[in-house]
Ligand binder design. Structure first.
Ligand SMILES: Cc1ncc(COP(=O)(O)O)c(C=O)c1O
Length: 306
Protein backbone atom coordinates (compact mmCIF):
# COMPACT_ATOMS: atom_id res chain seq x y z
CA UNK A 1 0.00 0.00 0.00
CA UNK A 2 1.31 3.43 -0.88
CA UNK A 3 1.02 5.47 2.29
CA UNK A 4 -0.10 9.07 2.11
CA UNK A 5 0.35 11.81 4.69
CA UNK A 6 -3.02 12.06 6.42
CA UNK A 7 -6.04 9.96 7.29
CA UNK A 8 -9.22 11.54 8.64
CA UNK A 9 -10.06 9.68 11.84
CA UNK A 10 -12.82 10.46 14.35
CA UNK A 11 -13.02 14.18 13.74
CA UNK A 12 -9.62 15.23 12.46
CA UNK A 13 -6.78 14.61 10.05
CA UNK A 14 -4.03 12.58 11.71
CA UNK A 15 -0.68 11.35 10.33
CA UNK A 16 -1.14 8.03 8.45
CA UNK A 17 0.66 5.94 11.07
CA UNK A 18 -1.42 7.37 13.94
CA UNK A 19 -4.80 6.28 12.54
CA UNK A 20 -5.00 3.22 14.82
CA UNK A 21 -7.66 1.39 16.88
CA UNK A 22 -7.74 -0.45 20.21
CA UNK A 23 -7.55 -4.27 19.99
CA UNK A 24 -10.86 -4.49 21.88
CA UNK A 25 -12.69 -2.58 19.14
CA UNK A 26 -16.06 -4.24 18.41
CA UNK A 27 -15.61 -4.13 14.62
CA UNK A 28 -12.36 -6.06 14.86
CA UNK A 29 -13.99 -8.94 16.75
CA UNK A 30 -17.34 -9.22 15.00
CA UNK A 31 -16.89 -7.79 11.51
CA UNK A 32 -19.18 -4.88 12.42
CA UNK A 33 -17.83 -2.38 9.96
CA UNK A 34 -19.15 -0.86 6.76
CA UNK A 35 -17.07 0.79 4.10
CA UNK A 36 -16.79 2.14 0.59
CA UNK A 37 -14.21 2.15 -2.17
CA UNK A 38 -14.30 5.23 -4.38
CA UNK A 39 -11.91 6.38 -7.09
CA UNK A 40 -10.66 9.85 -7.88
CA UNK A 41 -9.49 10.12 -11.49
CA UNK A 42 -7.07 12.67 -12.90
CA UNK A 43 -9.49 13.81 -15.61
CA UNK A 44 -9.04 16.34 -18.39
CA UNK A 45 -10.96 18.75 -16.12
CA UNK A 46 -8.74 18.06 -13.06
CA UNK A 47 -9.07 15.50 -10.24
CA UNK A 48 -12.65 14.26 -9.89
CA UNK A 49 -14.49 11.66 -7.82
CA UNK A 50 -16.43 9.05 -9.77
CA UNK A 51 -19.94 8.80 -8.31
CA UNK A 52 -19.03 10.07 -4.84
CA UNK A 53 -22.69 10.74 -4.03
CA UNK A 54 -23.79 7.22 -4.98
CA UNK A 55 -20.99 5.61 -2.99
CA UNK A 56 -21.84 7.64 0.10
CA UNK A 57 -25.53 6.84 -0.33
CA UNK A 58 -24.57 3.14 -0.33
CA UNK A 59 -22.44 3.71 2.80
CA UNK A 60 -25.41 5.26 4.59
CA UNK A 61 -27.68 2.47 3.33
CA UNK A 62 -25.21 -0.05 4.80
CA UNK A 63 -25.34 1.86 8.12
CA UNK A 64 -29.14 1.79 8.05
CA UNK A 65 -29.29 -1.95 7.37
CA UNK A 66 -27.03 -2.55 10.38
CA UNK A 67 -28.72 0.12 12.56
CA UNK A 68 -25.38 1.83 12.90
CA UNK A 69 -25.60 5.46 13.92
CA UNK A 70 -23.29 7.63 11.81
CA UNK A 71 -21.82 10.58 13.73
CA UNK A 72 -22.22 12.89 10.73
CA UNK A 73 -24.55 13.35 7.80
CA UNK A 74 -23.78 12.67 4.14
CA UNK A 75 -22.95 16.33 3.43
CA UNK A 76 -20.25 16.42 6.09
CA UNK A 77 -18.94 13.05 4.93
CA UNK A 78 -18.74 14.42 1.38
CA UNK A 79 -16.68 17.38 2.61
CA UNK A 80 -14.36 15.03 4.54
CA UNK A 81 -13.69 12.97 1.39
CA UNK A 82 -12.75 16.15 -0.48
CA UNK A 83 -10.57 17.26 2.44
CA UNK A 84 -8.62 13.98 2.49
CA UNK A 85 -7.79 14.29 -1.22
CA UNK A 86 -6.67 17.91 -0.99
CA UNK A 87 -4.73 17.43 2.28
CA UNK A 88 -2.77 14.62 0.64
CA UNK A 89 -2.36 16.58 -2.62
CA UNK A 90 -3.64 13.59 -4.62
CA UNK A 91 -4.58 13.83 -8.29
CA UNK A 92 -5.76 10.23 -8.58
CA UNK A 93 -6.61 7.96 -5.66
CA UNK A 94 -8.59 5.14 -4.18
CA UNK A 95 -10.64 6.49 -1.27
CA UNK A 96 -11.69 4.24 1.58
CA UNK A 97 -14.35 5.61 4.00
CA UNK A 98 -14.90 3.21 6.91
CA UNK A 99 -17.33 3.19 9.84
CA UNK A 100 -17.14 0.63 12.62
CA UNK A 101 -18.58 -0.14 16.01
CA UNK A 102 -15.89 1.06 18.34
CA UNK A 103 -14.37 0.44 21.74
CA UNK A 104 -16.71 0.16 24.72
CA UNK A 105 -18.45 -3.17 25.05
CA UNK A 106 -17.94 -6.61 23.60
CA UNK A 107 -21.63 -7.53 23.70
CA UNK A 108 -22.47 -8.94 20.32
CA UNK A 109 -25.44 -6.61 19.80
CA UNK A 110 -22.95 -3.77 19.82
CA UNK A 111 -22.74 -0.42 21.40
CA UNK A 112 -25.42 2.25 21.19
CA UNK A 113 -22.66 4.81 20.62
CA UNK A 114 -22.24 6.36 17.19
CA UNK A 115 -19.87 4.54 14.88
CA UNK A 116 -16.22 5.52 14.67
CA UNK A 117 -15.26 6.77 11.24
CA UNK A 118 -12.14 7.09 9.12
CA UNK A 119 -11.42 8.13 5.54
CA UNK A 120 -8.11 7.20 3.92
CA UNK A 121 -6.94 7.83 0.36
CA UNK A 122 -3.94 6.51 -1.48
CA UNK A 123 -2.77 5.90 -5.05
CA UNK A 124 -3.89 2.50 -6.35
CA UNK A 125 -3.35 1.36 -9.94
CA UNK A 126 -5.22 -1.38 -11.78
CA UNK A 127 -6.41 -3.86 -9.11
CA UNK A 128 -5.95 -6.97 -11.25
CA UNK A 129 -2.87 -5.60 -13.05
CA UNK A 130 -2.35 -3.43 -16.14
CA UNK A 131 -1.86 -6.43 -18.43
CA UNK A 132 -5.25 -7.80 -17.38
CA UNK A 133 -7.00 -4.80 -18.92
CA UNK A 134 -6.00 -5.93 -22.40
CA UNK A 135 -5.26 -9.63 -22.15
CA UNK A 136 -7.95 -10.62 -19.65
CA UNK A 137 -7.75 -12.68 -16.47
CA UNK A 138 -8.04 -16.36 -15.62
CA UNK A 139 -10.79 -17.04 -13.09
CA UNK A 140 -12.29 -20.08 -11.41
CA UNK A 141 -15.71 -20.86 -9.99
CA UNK A 142 -15.40 -21.32 -6.25
CA UNK A 143 -16.52 -24.28 -4.17
CA UNK A 144 -17.66 -21.65 -1.63
CA UNK A 145 -21.23 -20.45 -2.16
CA UNK A 146 -22.01 -16.75 -1.70
CA UNK A 147 -24.20 -15.60 1.19
CA UNK A 148 -27.66 -17.17 1.16
CA UNK A 149 -30.75 -14.96 1.39
CA UNK A 150 -31.77 -14.26 4.97
CA UNK A 151 -28.26 -14.81 6.28
CA UNK A 152 -26.16 -11.69 5.70
CA UNK A 153 -27.45 -8.79 3.59
CA UNK A 154 -25.37 -8.39 0.45
CA UNK A 155 -26.78 -4.95 -0.34
CA UNK A 156 -24.68 -3.75 2.60
CA UNK A 157 -20.98 -3.33 1.95
CA UNK A 158 -20.04 -4.67 5.36
CA UNK A 159 -16.68 -5.91 6.59
CA UNK A 160 -18.11 -9.29 7.61
CA UNK A 161 -19.28 -10.03 4.05
CA UNK A 162 -15.68 -10.04 2.94
CA UNK A 163 -14.99 -13.28 4.79
CA UNK A 164 -16.99 -14.87 1.97
CA UNK A 165 -14.94 -12.91 -0.58
CA UNK A 166 -11.70 -13.99 1.13
CA UNK A 167 -12.57 -17.69 0.98
CA UNK A 168 -13.48 -17.37 -2.71
CA UNK A 169 -10.40 -15.34 -3.55
CA UNK A 170 -7.95 -17.44 -1.52
CA UNK A 171 -9.21 -20.65 -3.15
CA UNK A 172 -8.86 -19.04 -6.59
CA UNK A 173 -5.26 -18.04 -5.92
CA UNK A 174 -4.44 -21.50 -4.63
CA UNK A 175 -5.57 -22.86 -8.01
CA UNK A 176 -3.50 -20.28 -9.88
CA UNK A 177 -6.40 -18.01 -10.87
CA UNK A 178 -6.40 -14.24 -10.56
CA UNK A 179 -9.92 -14.16 -9.13
CA UNK A 180 -12.74 -16.43 -7.99
CA UNK A 181 -16.43 -16.39 -8.95
CA UNK A 182 -19.07 -17.23 -6.36
CA UNK A 183 -22.37 -18.94 -7.14
CA UNK A 184 -25.46 -18.00 -5.16
CA UNK A 185 -27.34 -20.40 -2.86
CA UNK A 186 -29.43 -21.67 -5.80
CA UNK A 187 -26.33 -22.44 -7.88
CA UNK A 188 -26.69 -19.51 -10.27
CA UNK A 189 -23.85 -17.06 -10.90
CA UNK A 190 -23.45 -14.38 -8.25
CA UNK A 191 -20.28 -12.30 -8.63
CA UNK A 192 -16.52 -12.19 -8.25
CA UNK A 193 -14.87 -11.91 -4.84
CA UNK A 194 -14.66 -8.15 -5.33
CA UNK A 195 -16.36 -7.51 -8.67
CA UNK A 196 -19.66 -7.81 -10.48
CA UNK A 197 -19.83 -10.08 -13.48
CA UNK A 198 -21.15 -9.72 -17.02
CA UNK A 199 -21.59 -12.26 -19.81
CA UNK A 200 -22.04 -11.55 -23.54
CA UNK A 201 -23.98 -14.18 -25.46
CA UNK A 202 -25.41 -13.78 -28.97
CA UNK A 203 -24.56 -10.09 -28.74
CA UNK A 204 -26.72 -9.53 -25.64
CA UNK A 205 -25.15 -8.47 -22.34
CA UNK A 206 -26.36 -10.36 -19.26
CA UNK A 207 -25.62 -9.76 -15.58
CA UNK A 208 -27.03 -11.37 -12.40
CA UNK A 209 -29.77 -9.40 -10.58
CA UNK A 210 -29.35 -7.93 -7.09
CA UNK A 211 -31.27 -10.92 -5.69
CA UNK A 212 -28.32 -13.17 -6.70
CA UNK A 213 -26.32 -12.24 -3.56
CA UNK A 214 -24.38 -9.50 -5.31
CA UNK A 215 -23.19 -6.17 -4.02
CA UNK A 216 -25.17 -3.70 -6.15
CA UNK A 217 -22.06 -2.31 -7.80
CA UNK A 218 -21.83 1.28 -8.89
CA UNK A 219 -19.45 0.41 -11.73
CA UNK A 220 -22.04 -2.22 -12.71
CA UNK A 221 -24.66 0.54 -13.01
CA UNK A 222 -22.30 2.77 -14.97
CA UNK A 223 -21.47 -0.12 -17.32
CA UNK A 224 -25.14 -0.95 -17.89
CA UNK A 225 -25.84 2.69 -18.68
CA UNK A 226 -22.87 3.01 -21.05
CA UNK A 227 -23.75 -0.28 -22.77
CA UNK A 228 -27.33 0.86 -23.41
CA UNK A 229 -25.98 4.17 -24.69
CA UNK A 230 -23.82 2.20 -27.15
CA UNK A 231 -26.95 0.37 -28.33
CA UNK A 232 -26.45 -2.99 -26.59
CA UNK A 233 -29.33 -4.84 -25.00
CA UNK A 234 -28.61 -5.49 -21.31
CA UNK A 235 -30.55 -8.02 -19.26
CA UNK A 236 -30.40 -8.45 -15.48
CA UNK A 237 -31.35 -12.06 -14.97
CA UNK A 238 -30.29 -15.28 -13.27
CA UNK A 239 -27.50 -17.04 -15.12
CA UNK A 240 -26.43 -20.68 -14.89
CA UNK A 241 -22.77 -21.47 -14.25
CA UNK A 242 -22.26 -23.10 -17.64
CA UNK A 243 -23.03 -19.92 -19.56
CA UNK A 244 -19.53 -18.85 -18.50
CA UNK A 245 -18.08 -21.64 -20.65
CA UNK A 246 -20.12 -20.94 -23.78
CA UNK A 247 -20.32 -17.14 -23.68
CA UNK A 248 -18.66 -15.02 -26.35
CA UNK A 249 -17.29 -12.72 -23.68
CA UNK A 250 -17.14 -12.45 -19.90
CA UNK A 251 -15.97 -9.36 -18.04
CA UNK A 252 -15.95 -8.02 -14.51
CA UNK A 253 -16.53 -4.54 -13.11
CA UNK A 254 -15.72 -2.77 -9.86
CA UNK A 255 -14.26 0.43 -8.50
CA UNK A 256 -10.86 -1.11 -7.84
CA UNK A 257 -11.04 -3.50 -10.84
CA UNK A 258 -12.64 -1.02 -13.28
CA UNK A 259 -13.65 -3.03 -16.41
CA UNK A 260 -11.60 -6.20 -16.93
CA UNK A 261 -12.02 -8.98 -19.50
CA UNK A 262 -12.04 -12.64 -18.43
CA UNK A 263 -10.13 -14.92 -20.81
CA UNK A 264 -10.64 -18.30 -19.14
CA UNK A 265 -13.07 -19.76 -16.60
CA UNK A 266 -12.04 -23.01 -14.89
CA UNK A 267 -9.37 -23.40 -17.58
CA UNK A 268 -11.91 -23.15 -20.43
CA UNK A 269 -11.30 -20.35 -22.96
CA UNK A 270 -14.00 -17.74 -23.12
CA UNK A 271 -14.76 -16.98 -26.79
CA UNK A 272 -11.43 -16.59 -28.56
CA UNK A 273 -9.58 -16.53 -25.22
CA UNK A 274 -8.83 -12.83 -25.37
CA UNK A 275 -10.63 -9.53 -24.87
CA UNK A 276 -13.78 -9.39 -27.00
CA UNK A 277 -15.19 -6.41 -28.93
CA UNK A 278 -18.02 -5.64 -26.49
CA UNK A 279 -15.65 -5.54 -23.51
CA UNK A 280 -13.23 -3.37 -25.48
CA UNK A 281 -16.03 -0.96 -26.44
CA UNK A 282 -17.17 -0.71 -22.82
CA UNK A 283 -13.63 -0.14 -21.55
CA UNK A 284 -13.24 2.63 -24.13
CA UNK A 285 -16.51 4.23 -23.06
CA UNK A 286 -15.64 3.88 -19.35
CA UNK A 287 -12.11 5.29 -19.53
CA UNK A 288 -13.36 7.90 -22.01
CA UNK A 289 -15.22 9.52 -19.12
CA UNK A 290 -11.86 10.66 -17.78
CA UNK A 291 -10.27 12.04 -20.96
CA UNK A 292 -13.52 13.63 -22.09
CA UNK A 293 -14.14 11.32 -25.08
CA UNK A 294 -17.26 9.94 -23.33
CA UNK A 295 -19.75 12.60 -22.33
CA UNK A 296 -20.60 12.55 -18.61
CA UNK A 297 -24.33 12.96 -19.25
CA UNK A 298 -25.32 11.82 -15.75
CA UNK A 299 -22.97 14.02 -13.70
CA UNK A 300 -20.99 11.01 -12.43
CA UNK A 301 -17.80 13.07 -12.09
CA UNK A 302 -17.52 15.46 -9.16
CA UNK A 303 -14.43 17.72 -9.28
CA UNK A 304 -12.32 17.68 -6.14
CA UNK A 305 -12.75 21.00 -4.35
CA UNK A 306 -9.34 22.57 -3.92
C1 LIG B 1 -18.13 -8.11 -3.52
C2 LIG B 1 -18.11 -6.96 -4.47
N1 LIG B 1 -18.94 -6.98 -5.52
C3 LIG B 1 -18.97 -5.98 -6.40
C4 LIG B 1 -18.14 -4.89 -6.28
C5 LIG B 1 -18.21 -3.76 -7.26
O1 LIG B 1 -18.84 -2.64 -6.70
P1 LIG B 1 -18.48 -1.18 -7.13
O2 LIG B 1 -18.56 -1.13 -8.60
O3 LIG B 1 -19.51 -0.32 -6.50
O4 LIG B 1 -17.12 -0.88 -6.65
C6 LIG B 1 -17.25 -4.82 -5.21
C7 LIG B 1 -16.36 -3.69 -5.07
O5 LIG B 1 -16.15 -3.13 -4.07
C8 LIG B 1 -17.23 -5.88 -4.28
O6 LIG B 1 -16.40 -5.86 -3.24
Amino acid sequence: MLETEFIWHNGKLVPWKEATVHVMTHGLHYGSSIFEGIRVYDTSGGPAFLCLGRHLKRLYDSAKIYRMEMPMGIEEMTAICHQVITANKLKAAYVRPLAYRGYGTLTVYGTPDPAEVSVAAFPWGAYLGEEAMEKGVDVGVSSWTRLAPNTLPTMAKAGGNYLSSQLISMEAHRHGYVEGIGLDATGNISEGAGENLFVVREGIIHTPPISAAILPGITRDITIDLARRLGYEVREENLPREILYVAEEVFMTGTATEVVPVRTVDGIEVGAGSRGPVTAALQKAFFGLFDGTTEDTKGWLEPVEV
